[in-house]
Ligand binder design. Sequence first.
Ligand SMILES: Cc1cc2nc3c(=O)[nH]c(=O)nc-3n(C[C@H](O)[C@H](O)[C@H](O)COP(=O)(O)OP(=O)(O)OC[C@H]3O[C@@H](n4cnc5c(N)ncnc54)[C@H](O)[C@@H]3O)c2cc1C
Length: 399
Amino acid sequence: MRVAIIGAGFSGMLTAYMIEKKGIDVTIFEKQEHIGGHCRTLLGKDSTIELGTVFCFSEHIKELLLELDVAYTERFTYRNFLDEHYSKVEHLSRENVSALTDELMRLEQILKKYSTALNDVNYGQIHEQLMVPLSDFLKDNQLDLISGLLAPHLSSFGFGDICELQTYYAFNIFNMDTIHSFIRGDRLLFVNEGLSEVINKLSQNISDIRYSIEVKNIETIGNQVKVETEYGSDVFDKVLITTKLPKDVIKDDLYNQAMKKIDTNPYITCAYEVENKNIVTTYYKANLGKKEKIQFFHTFRQNNKTTLVAYAYGSVSKELVNNITADIEASGIRVKHLITAKQWYIFPHLKEQNLTQDFYKEILERQQVSNICLIGSLVSRPAISNLYASIKQFVAQTF
Ligand SMILES: Cc1cc2nc3c(=O)[nH]c(=O)nc-3n(C[C@H](O)[C@H](O)[C@H](O)COP(=O)(O)OP(=O)(O)OC[C@H]3O[C@@H](n4cnc5c(N)ncnc54)[C@H](O)[C@@H]3O)c2cc1C
């Protein structure tokens, strides 16, 4: 059997690794000259800077890290919130704690109705009542404190403004366990040498990775699938797609329509060396979900150097980067210099007008009978730990 995987991000690399362990030949096509996709670590003499994935939420991923012998640390992250005048404000006030407890209990009851759909590792059938923006859903259910609690986290992790983000995605991304872990301030898991180490270790077990080769056409021919690149074509028994492809690359109406509908948020990361020594992860409360505005930053110290990584929606431009730098300085931090500014496209999802109740269900059903499958963050919430669970399940069921 020959399997092709399109995209050498975490999803593609992990899938290839797991399939090769079963003795099946895999070829990965990656359009960039480097692997890792949204997992990207910059290395220097005494620095490790995560530009993409920074931390993991849950237990699932530990299984992989142990298997690959990758060192990790779990640590608490303290948070500040700033208002429009760059003054420190509370996230939620102490007086609100008992009202929040009441809202959380009510939310848990409300979400119970949808628990089958929300607890699956993949997206699936969507209940009509979850196909409204999160802000409307929370307002209709008088869950105002939860709204204030979730908005900064959803916005800062690239999922956008809660006035636009569909409730279905929001509660798939942040289920009750994740919400409680934020409130408790649970420890988060960080890979000591950076997420690129995971990608590199996976690559050492994959025999056929093709770099800088963009896939241009994918077509079923009889029982097989032809994959065409600008340099030629090859035939496989199965093709697994991990990334949004341009329209008409996949010669399959259902998948091609899906590619046209899937959207991604333009998002940027700016890394700086800064002077201050004890800076806490900081959210810009007045900017939540706003385009071209800094959302939050986090900092870390290594070998007497403090690095600050800031995030905003939009496309990299001199003006936007200068605005982010100015906001950081207005918060009282002395920026020594910019290390890099990187463009991303994050969170594959469907906008309101394209989302239908059975969109993901149809795709998942199609994969049962087709030799072309959409996997990873195209069909599952895009947190590394969840992608691990989703891909593990896919490989176990398919090979
Ligand atoms: C700034 C940032 C911070 C994040 N922080 C976290 C975090 O803290 N915790 C967490 O769990 N997740 C985080 N994420 C999300 C997480 O990084 C992603 O969901 C995950 O890495 C997605 O991996 P993937 O392999 O599914 O997709 P991708 O990483 O998008 O990989 C897809 C690959 O396909 C390649 N490709 C595209 N088109 C073609 C083509 N035509 N032919 C061949 N190859 C192609 C791309 O070049 C890319 O390498 C973050 C993401 C970003 C951007």
